[in-house]
Design a protein. Structure first.
Lengths: 195, 900
């Protein structure tokens, strides 16, 4: 897909906010291709062996897009809300791609764990796919919980940042996280006995 | 199933919000309320709540995802004479590749270990270099040897190692279906290279199946000395120096010895333990910790607390069990002793016992009797890690029942006292253990839950109130009172302190002269003051500082207080005075420091404490602008320090502080001082000799090394103007000592400051190019420590001094325009911080120096107008200070230098 024109993106945002539900999937596709393009560019620029944090990628994307699209573009917080779900899709696809095309695949996913004991913990792509499905399942019932997971785990934002973005208290975001994690863990355990 | 889960979730979800907002201790009662009406719903809620609580201790979805180029992108990369062909391993340090030689000289396959790009430029490089050095030292046919080393085109270091084809020892044993005797024989082959390494004073520290390979020809090869460590022959067993988090975290917990987790001495016995685990796994197919080995938290607990099951008890079939029972059980148990001293004295001794066993001769190790096992368990109490967690867990059980039973509360006090003591001791041990943060969080949460349960009863029971308040105080210090290492939760620490405060103040309202409560109140207010100061809640910090001082006075003036109690509370004045310094309340700081010194003199404290009090006073006086008073106080402080024993090296160090401070007061370069630099050299030189002597005597004395850096920098800064050659010599000694401190941000910051300071001396010796190099190196160091680049900075930030040195370098090289620009940037940046030119004499002086330097540059490049404007600003600044501190000699000297 060619890069979406800047006017298109801005238009999609405003249509979606005005209640045009069909704009959702178009926006997803447009943002996806944009994030993919920037990831490819950044990874090429940084050289091999350098990982690219989702957070910096998103900021980069926002910077790029808002600069080009001008004033009609949503503010950073609203943008991140849309982009978080897209980011998850991108990450899962990269991981899947790595699994499928052993040599041709360009990127792979590692978990940058904050726990020093798990520095080397890598997330397998099929596990990631299951996590993603469970998040979709959760999103069906409680979209805000799913969004917190997308922002935290897939986009790398801190609780404080998420709270500020969503206009929630820090405590509430943490509680959402605890709840979401419990649901996802139970879902994953159900799909994979050994977990 | 999924539909059941969704339905269960949807009914429980709204209630979970309420439950999770309750303190953990209250959830059971709340849930019981729901259960009374809707038991099914309560079950659902309990189920999900348990799920939430269980996940707290794990690492499910912790961390964040990132994109990185596939390792396969490295395939084909040429590194020196080798071309990477395929990845064969991946760990925290980086990746390992199979590579082939391509320079045509000979055919050969090697393994290339690449440092992860994320670790380049940090401690990772040093660790990598260490692995190279260690491997170069070890030549043994069963140790994969070092072939070559280098740096990739983008700066990633790599090691070229012998490529070992084969399987891990465990996979090999299983594939070859080896029997127990054959396994023991093969294991003996593992011991030979380990013994060789030990003979060369190298401890592997990460022995585990994946590092022990068996080649197709059946030879055992040892791999991966990535975290190996050299033992110092003269020092004997050594305590681990402060290792980097990312460094030691790399060790494999499943094979780590207890002392590796609790930061005891790492010796050859550490490898013996890992070999014991390996032997256990080879003989039984299981980990000695059993199922506890499955998560880091339970494994740490098992590691330090639980005696492993005997090997014979871990196998199912009767034949193996018979074969293991007796000698092999005993040998494995001896290798796995918690106390390193009780393990085999050497790997060879372990090998010898295994050989005796194979020859059916009596072995040297003695089996443990049940009584012996119990005895060692009790003796091991110095490992309180898991013990405390367990006792906390036991205490929490049945809380709601026992609370109302006054009869057994006596016993509970005992437990509570023990609990806070243990939690504290435990925390000190866990603090530097990587990855135990969660364990500590769990510990604190469990303790708080217990304290919470007792709080209500404590309000009507003074004995309980002391204990609970004391418990909260201990918890706060783990949570975040930064007088020691903490979990960094200031807000939680304040919440605990507030609970302690409320209990004790209620008690004092009823009994205003309760001495024990007064003592606790001193500590609670003291700690709250420090927390408030740490989070820059100025008003609160002042309230607590004032409150703490009032309580100290109450105790001191109470004739029932013992000498020890008085000495204890007087010592608290030090931090109260320092907090006032931080709050820029210098008059109050001086008043309190003076009061402390007076009290110390009148009630009689040791000369070392008195010396400390006077030193605090001198510091406060200096900041207040009373330099003569400061000099008098510091000389008195030094006289008391001299009264402490002169023989004991440790006590001699008492003199360091007063000497350094005297030097500062007399002539600290570019700061508020008496401006008598020549006199300052005398005490500074003495301090320098003192700490340099300490560093020379003891290679593990990092405090002295760091102090050589501090005093060396000051001495060099003074000398560089009059005797640049001598200054350079001092700077270089200081740099050398700081360089001996591994992986310490402060040491690197200090090194950067010294590099920048020494640039001035080098330029005076016409070594301009070297000067420039040093400044660039200093900036690179600050980039590493994340001190540069920054948006704003304060005068005492390392980046400020280094950037100033760079501006001066530019000016000296004849580039006035960029130098002026650099000065202007610095001016803007310091103005945006909390610098307070009107209330802080040091800040005012630093600003004045900046104006002065900039004016000189402007004048030099012909801009007399701008120079005049800067001089006017300077004059206005000091006129302001002349009103604040009338007739102050320091201010007067500034004004005099400005008058035409």
């Amino acid at each position: 897909m060619p890069p979406p024109s800047d006017a298109t993106l801005a238009l999609l945002f405003s249509s979606l906010e005005e209640g045009d539900a069909t704009a959702g999937s178009a926006l997803f596709a447009a943002l996806y291709s944009e994030l993919h393009r920037i990831a490819t560019r950044e990874l090429a620029r940084n050289g091999w062996g350098v990982s690219l944090g989702a957070t910096s990628l998103l900021h980069e994307a926002y910077f790029d897009l808002s600069k080009r699209a001008g004033t009609s573009f949503p503010d950073r917080n609203r943008f991140m809300g849309y982009a978080a779900r897209v980011m998850r899709g991108l990450i899962v696809d990269y991981a899947r791609n790595r699994q499928a095309v052993k040599r041709g695949g360009q990127f792979e996913l590692t978990a940058l764990s904050t726990d020093a004991l798990n520095v080397a913990a890598a997330v397998e792509s099929d596990e990631l796919v299951r996590i993603s499905q469970a998040i979709d399942d959760l999103s069906d019932m409680e979209p805000v919980l799913a969004e917190v997971v997308d922002l935290k785990y897939f986009c790398g934002f801190s609780f404080e940042e998420i709270a500020a973005m969503k206009g929630l208290s820090d405590r509430t975001v943490r509680r959402y996280w605890v709840k979401a994690r419990a649901y996802l863990h139970a879902s994953l355990r159900a799909t994979l006995p050994s977990l | 199933m999924p539909n059941d889960r969704r339905a269960s979730w949807q009914s429980a979800s709204p209630y979970l919000d309420t439950a999770l907002d309750l303190p953990p201790a209250e959830r059971a009662v709340w849930l019981a309320g729901i259960r009374a009406h809707t038991p099914e719903l309560a079950d659902q809620i309990a189920h999900w709540l348990a799920e939430c609580e269980a996940l707290e201790a794990g690492d499910f979805l912790e961390g964040a995802a990132a994109l990185e180029p596939a390792r396969s992108a490295l395939a084909g990369l040429q590194l020196g004479a080798y071309r990477l062909t395929e990845p064969i391993g991946h760990g925290g340090m980086g990746s390992v590749w199979l590579a082939e030689r391509t320079d045509g000289r000979y055919e050969g396959r090697v393994a290339v270990k690449l440092l992860s790009a994320a670790l380049v430029g940090r401690a990772g490089e040093e660790r990598f270099a260490r692995e190279g050095r260690i491997l170069a030292k070890l030549a043994h046919p069963q140790i994969a040897h070092l072939v070559d080393a280098g740096v990739s085109p983008i700066g990633q270091p790599y090691l070229v190692l012998e490529y070992v084809e084969g399987q891990t020892i465990v996979a090999h044993c299983d594939a070859a279906r080896l029997g127990l005797t054959e396994r023991v024989r093969l294991f003996l082959d593992v011991l030979a290279p380990v013994a060789h390494a030990h003979a060369n004073l190298v401890v592997h520290r990460d022995l585990k199946p994946s590092n022990v390979m068996v080649t197709p020809s059946g030879q055992v090869k040892l791999l991966d000395f990535g975290i190996a460590r050299l033992l110092e022959p003269e020092a004997g067993p050594q305590t681990l120096p402060p290792l980097t988090r990312d460094g030691d975290a790399l060790l494999t917990l499943a094979y780590a010895a207890p002392e590796q987790v609790s930061r005891g001495n790492v010796t050859a016995a550490t490898d013996t333990y890992a070999l014991g685990v390996l032997l256990y796994v080879l003989l039984t197919g299981q980990h000695p910790a059993g199922e506890a080995g499955e998560s880091p938290a339970t494994l740490i607990k098992a590691l330090v607390e639980t005696e492993p099951r005997r090997a014979s008890e871990a196998v199912d079939d009767a034949r193996s069990r018979r074969r293991l029972r007796g000698d092999l059980d005993t040998i494995v148990a001896k290798a796995l002793k918690k106390d390193p001293a009780e393990r085999y004295a050497s790997v060879s001794a372990l090998a010898e016992d295994l050989r005796r066993h194979l020859r059916h001769e009596p072995i040297s190790a003695r089996p443990d009797t049940v009584a012996y096992r119990t005895a060692t368990f009790m003796r091991r109490h110095p490992w309180p890690v898991a013990a405390a967690i367990v006792s906390v867990a036991m205490l929490s059980v049945g809380l709601f029942v026992t609370d109302r039973q006054r009869r057994i509360s006596e016993r509970r006090f005992q437990q509570l006292r023990q609990l806070s003591g243990q939690a504290f001791a435990l925390d000190a041990r866990l603090n530097y253990v990587p990855g135990t943060t969660q364990a500590r969080e769990v510990l604190v949460a469990a303790s708080l839950q217990y304290l919470e349960g007792l709080s209500a009863a404590a309000q009507s029971d003074s004995d309980l109130a002391y204990e609970v308040a004391d418990g909260y105080l201990s918890m706060a210090r783990i949570q975040g009172v930064p007088t020691g290492p903490t979990l960094g939760h200031f807000d939680q620490a304040e919440a605990s302190l507030l609970k302690a405060h409320t209990l004790i103040e209620m008690l004092l309202a009823a009994r205003p002269r309760d001495l024990r409560a007064l003592m606790l109140s001193v500590d609670i207010r003291h700690d709250r003051m420090i927390v408030a100061d740490s989070v820059h809640r100025v008003a609160d910090a002042i309230v607590h500082a004032t409150g703490a001082a009032a309580r100290i006075e109450q105790v001191v003036n109470d004739d029932r207080a013992t000498l020890e109690q008085r000495q204890f509370v007087i010592a608290r004045y030090t931090n109260v005075a320092l907090a006032n310094v931080n709050l820029r309340r210098y008059n109050e700081a001086v008043r309190l420091a003076r009061r402390q010194a007076d009290l110390a003199r009148s009630i009689g404290v040791g000369p070392s404490d008195l010396s400390g009090s006077l030193s605090v006073l001198a510091n406060a006086l200096r900041l207040q602008g009373d330099l003569d008073g400061a000099l008098e106080a510091i000389r008195e402080s030094r006289a008391y320090a001299d009264q402490t024993s002169n023989t004991d090296a440790g006590l001699m160090m008492q003199r360091y502080g007063p000497l350094l401070r005297e030097g500062f007061i007399l002539g600290e370069d570019r700061s508020v001082s008496l401006e008598r630099p020549i006199e300052a050299i005398v005490p500074l030189r003495e301090a320098f000799e003192l700490v340099e002597g300490g560093a020379r005597r003891d290679p593990g004395d990092y405090t002295s090394r760091s102090r050589v850096g501090t005093v060396g920098r000051e001495l060099g800064d003074i000398l560089r103007w009059s005797d640049p050659r001598a200054a350079l010599a001092i700077y270089d000694v200081a740099l050398g000592r700081l360089g001996e401190i591994e992986n310490n941000v402060r040491a690197r910051r200090d090194s950067a400051l010294i590099l920048a300071g020494s640039a001035y001396a080098l330029r005076r010796l016409d070594r301009v190019a070297e000067a420039k190099q040093r400044i660039e190196k200093a900036l690179a160091m600050l980039t590493d420590t994340k001190d540069y680049p920054v948006q704003t900075m304060a005068f005492d930030d390392a980046a400020f001094s280094v950037l100033l040195a760079r501006a001066d370098q530019l000016a000296d090289e004849g580039h006035p325009a960029p130098a002026i620009a650099a000065y202007r940037t610095l001016l803007t940046q310091v103005s945006q911080t909390k610098s307070d030119f009107d209330h802080d004499l040091r800040d005012a002086n630093s600003l004045s120096l900046l104006y002065e330097g900039l004016a000189r540059l402007c004048r030099g490049s012909g801009d007399a107008g701008e120079a005049g404007a800067l001089d006017a600003k300077r004059l206005a600044l000091w006129r302001h200070w002349d009103r604040t501190l009338p007739n102050n000699p320091f201010v007067q000297r500034r004004l005099a230098s400005l008058q035409p």
